[in-house]
Write a protein of this length. Structure first.
Length: 319
């Protein structure tokens, strides 16, 4: 018994020492979306800056599709090891539980580290769509039921919920075309494969300025200073249409708290660097959050409740 106790204590001390010196090897940031989108760009910016701070490489691994489930399963299988970090959106923990009768993961499998940012998305239209605002789009869709379509970045994604909510409230017949991410949905709208889509300012502002897309509405309680001419859904009579999304970091459950705290502390320091914040957060229409693990956990509960109402209203179901 004494030998077993000594062995346990030795292992515990070794584990604690490893936690205090985190990281001890290469760190993976698993992104639940394709390369090229706003979440991927932020992941690579963080990885580039965390590597020198941690004296170990930080690599980004994209695992898109499947309603973020492939990425979640990959991280969950890594064990209680914070050297594998999950970067995902509200889809994983706020929306999926309302769409799927069963999921291969649960809250208990992960530890929230920090909510990085919050963003509102624009409703975008191909220039050929004869509507300059939401009222004209609604009138067009009512006059031509079933002829317009919109691209989302997957069933149950925030654009899907927002569009289905708008359809339910306005009595519209618009066809849903799911893609595997913003890097596919936005180009599809630019090419005219779909007439409508949703995207954050970071992924669409250049296209709007160039006339390749036009913005008809934006979510949130107020207009964005980056696109002040675009009215909110609430201003245009549809306050129920919610387009917010967030990016957040998680590690496998059981990861040492010292490692969790270091990840959060160093990431927050990067996000709050004045030059980085202005260029990578403010200029892209993001709202900086950088919450603590406890604050993020509380927010997740509230956000999941709100998304449950949106899913019910939209009638969305996992395919």
């Amino acid at each position: 018994m004494i030998r077993a106790l000594l062995a346990f204590l030795a292992a515990s001390f070794a584990f604690a020492a490893a936690a205090q010196t985190y990281p001890t090897r290469t760190v993976r940031i698993v992104v639940a979306y394709p390369a090229g989108g706003g979440i991927d760009v932020l992941a690579r910016q963080l990885a580039e800056r965390l590597g020198p701070r941690w004296s170990h490489p930080v690599v980004v691994e994209n695992r898109p599709g499947g309603s973020t489930i492939p990425a979640i399963e990959l991280v969950a299988r890594s064990g209680a090891d914070p050297h594998t970090i999950l970067l995902t959106t509200d889809a994983t923990f706020s929306i999926n539980p309302h769409l799927f009768a069963q999921l291969p993961y649960a809250d208990r499998d992960f530890t929230p580290v920090t909510q990085l940012i919050l963003l509102q998305q624009l409703l975008l239209a191909h220039p050929s769509v004869p509507a300059k605002d939401l009222a004209e789009l609604v009138a067009l869709a009512r006059a031509q039921p079933g002829t317009l379509n919109y691209g989302s970045y997957g069933t149950g994604s925030q654009p899907h919920l927002a569009a289905e909510t708008l359809k339910a409230r306005a009595g519209l017949d618009i066809v849903h075309i799911p893609y595997k991410g913003i890097p596919f949905a936005v180009p599809a709208a630019i090419a005219g494969e779909v007439q409508l889509t949703f995207s954050g300012i970071a992924s669409s502002q250049a296209h709007v300025k160039a006339g390749r897309l036009k913005a008809l509405a934006i979510g949130g309680p107020a207009r964005s200073p980056l696109v002040p001419e675009v009215a909110t859904f609430a201003e245009q009579g549809y306050p129920e249409v919610e387009t917010h999304a967030w990016f957040g970091l998680f590690v496998p459950a059981g990861s040492p708290r010292t490692a969790v705290d270091r990840i959060r502390r160093d990431v927050a320091a990067i996000l709050n660097e004045p030059a980085f914040r202005e260029r990578e957060i403010v200029a892209k229409g993001y709202d900086l959050v950088a919450s603590t693990p406890e604050e993020f956990a509380v927010y997740l509960v509230r956000d999941r409740e709100a998304r449950g109402r949106a899913v019910k209203l939209s009638g969305a179901r996992a395919e």
